[in-house]
Design a protein around this ligand. Structure first.
Ligand code: 0RQ
Length: 501
């Protein structure tokens, strides 16, 4: 294969992953690339895990803190968590081994809005960033870095780290060059300026990441694809949820509250999100745009069919088939896709200005519309808030979706009071389950409750929710948001004790 390291200075730093991993000492903060399984370093973290395993065998407690863009893959989170190599992890993960360690109290985890990560790092809230490990596609002659299938926080990690390790992945399409837009105009208050973007596909930055060559302590060559699994075909419940949402969009267009091509779409990850995109791909809306964080299979399909005209994101999250489609037609997609840093893809200023339609999954909602996206039974982390809060609070429309029950009907996704709050009632406008859609806009709390119970709850749980609400209203306590405090979390308590809500 042709060399992808054209810069003479940096080509002298090429070494093996094992040699590079040995340059990462215990106790450091490491910023790694990677966002929803795309563009994460594939070799150095695994070599580091081996290195840690060897040290641990000699009784040494060898651990690092890992900061990323969002979730990565088994080669990074999984490998390091397995050897107990992660002291602290931020900001979003979805790895089963990490999840277990976090919930067992063996790994610290900071779950923050994805748009906040870079500015919190710049403000020093997490301490000093020592080393960045970043996957790229190649290095130009003058030392600029061609970003990979995600950008995430890479700009910030490179700017802030004392030392940088680069992984040049020959397995990523060279045609990604030119797709990125790396904005170098951010500053901390009081020096902030408006971000000059009024269209989802506007370019305001650089095509490359800049890195002073003297910071680069190692360059490692790899050749491996991003590890993403296939989406399952939308099931009946996902299709129903998509149908309710599409009917709602159509009625909003009819009422002239949305333009005929809707507003820029943000879509979360997972099978429901993909079913909604599949529905949109067959639906009546044309010339759509997307301003989102993750570009998954469904959006690629929509770009190909022409339903979606332009898309902005910070990362791909593609099945192997979709990844091949992207590589085979990279020139077509480069004209239609902009990949940005996550502080811009998720920026509240731009989300508010463009008027995004935010569509995200959730674990549970309560009768008043508070949403839990992260914690099972209030205590066990699932993944993290990701970008859902950035988009929900600042979007034009904020939609949350879930099947009305979980675990074969043992759990109601609509509960009297959520066991953990990620999105307050103020940030939640539309709740959708396979049962129906509740439009909460303009409604006071008690009307929200009736709307959610009657439209979204599963029939098996609806009478019990009505009963709770009616008794709360009759309790003689506060009538703005009536609750029975001693009972509000009893559904969760019952599940913990009996396995049934
Ligand atoms: O667990 O696989 O062990 O059975 O949660 O649930 O129904 O497969 O749905 O994959 O869309 O995930 C909220 C987790 C939904 C996701 C969440 C259990 C259920 C299953 C997954 P099992 P489903 P999804 C863009 C935006 C936050 C981040 C976000 C998420 C598992 O959407 O992480 O939105 N969102 N980011 O059984 C107990 C309940 C449950 C429940 C579901 N009420 N009680 N368990 N589950 N509901 C992306 C980024 O930001 C990067």
């Amino acid at each position: 294969t042709a060399s992808r390291i054209l810069c003479p200075t940096l080509s002298k730093r090429v070494m093996s992953a094992t040699e590079a991993a040995a340059l990462i000492p215990s106790g450091v903060n490491v910023g790694m690339s990677g966002f929803t399984g795309a563009g994460y370093p594939k070799a150095v973290p695994q070599a580091l895990a081996e290195h840690i395993r060897a040290h641990r065998a000699q009784g040494e407690n060898y651990r690092i803190s890992v900061w990323t863009g969002a979730s990565t893959a088994p080669e990074l989170d999984g490998a390091l968590a397995e050897v107990d190599g992660i002291e602290l992890r931020l900001p979003y993960q979805s790895d089963p081994i990490c999840r277990q360690k976090i919930n067992d109290g063996k790994m610290e985890y900071i779950d923050i809005h994805l748009s906040h990560v870079a500015q919190h790092a710049w403000s020093g809230f997490f301490g000093k960033l020592d080393i960045a490990v970043i996957e790229i596609v190649g290095i130009t002659e003058d030392g600029r870095l061609i970003p990979s299938s995600s950008i995430g926080n890479n700009k910030t990690w490179i700017d802030q780290a004392d030392k940088v390790i680069l992984e040049v992945n020959h397995g990523q399409s060279a045609g990604l060059e030119g797709m990125h837009d790396v904005y170098y105009g951010t500053a901390l208050p009081p020096r902030r300026k408006p971000i000059q973007m009024t269209q989802p596909d506007e370019r305001i930055g650089e095509k490359y990441l800049m890195c002073p060559p003297e910071k680069v302590i190692a360059v490692v060559e790899t050749n491996a694809p991003d590890r993403n699994s296939r989406f399952s075909e939308p099931d009946e419940k996902s299709r129903k949820i998509a149908e309710h949402l599409l009917n709602f969009f159509a009625s909003e267009v009819e009422k002239k509250r949305l333009p005929a091509n809707l507003l820029p779409l943000q879509s979360g990850v997972g099978n429901i999100a993909n079913a909604v995109l599949a529905g949109l791909n067959e639906g009546p809306f044309n010339n759509l745009t997307a301003y989102t964080e993750v570009l998954q299979d469904g959006m690629l399909d929509m770009l190909k069919s022409g339903k979606l005209a332009k898309a902005s994101a910070t990362a791909f999250s593609l099945s192997p088939e979709a990844n091949q489609e992207l590589a085979d037609n990279i020139d077509f997609y480069r004209d239609r896709i902009v990949l940005r840093t996550q502080e811009i893809s998720n920026h509240p200023e731009i989300i508010r200005r463009l008027g995004i339609i935010a569509m995200n999954g959730m674990i549970e909602a309560d009768i008043y519309g508070n949403v839990n996206s992260t914690h099972v039974m209030g205590t066990r982390i699932m993944n993290g808030i990701g970008g859902s809060g950035d988009f929900a609070r600042n979007g034009y429309l904020s939609v949350f979706m879930t099947p009305s029950t979980a675990k074969d009907g043992a759990i109601s996704a609509i509960v009297p009071m959520v066991s953990h709050v990620d999105h307050t009632e103020h940030d939640v406008q539309i709740v959708v389950t396979e049962q129906g859609l509740a439009d909460l806009r303009g409604l006071p709390p008690r009307q929200r409750a009736l709307n959610i119970i009657e439209n979204c709850a599963h029939p098996d749980f609806r009478p019990k929710l009505r009963d709770y609400f009616e008794r709360a209203c009759a309790s003689g306590r506060g009538m703005h948001t009536p609750h029975l405090l001693g009972e509000a979390l009893s559904w969760h308590q019952r599940f913990e004790e009996t396995g049934q809500m």
